[in-house]
Design a protein around this ligand. Structure first.
Ligand code: ZN
Length: 87
């Protein structure tokens, strides 16, 4: 039985070692979230994820940003990294 592994930052399935940062299965992040082996800063990851989402979903920046933030807040890597904007 194999455990489903996915990036703890963005949730991308890590189906093979080559999808892990530095192709190292011990690193629980994908090549996009940790291109040099360490996790990107929250603001940078949020910005990149926003841009990615705009391209994928054809969203405007504000909508993509909102969705990206909501999504990343659910990921283990970012627990507590993004404070609620207004609550
Ligand atoms: Zn990732």
């Amino acid at each position: 039985m194999t455990m489903a592994v996915s990036c703890e930052s963005c949730g991308m399935p890590l189906a093979g070692a080559e999808l892990h940062a530095l192709s190292d299965p011990a690193i629980p992040y994908c090549i996009h979230c940790a291109p040099d082996g360490t996790l990107q800063a929250p603001a940078e990851r949020l910005e990149r994820f926003t841009q990615w989402m705009m391209g994928q979903e054809g969203l405007d920046y504000a909508t993509a940003h909102e969705r990206a933030l909501a999504y990343l807040k659910t990921m283990p890597a970012w627990k507590g990294s993004f404070q609620p904007a207004s609550e």
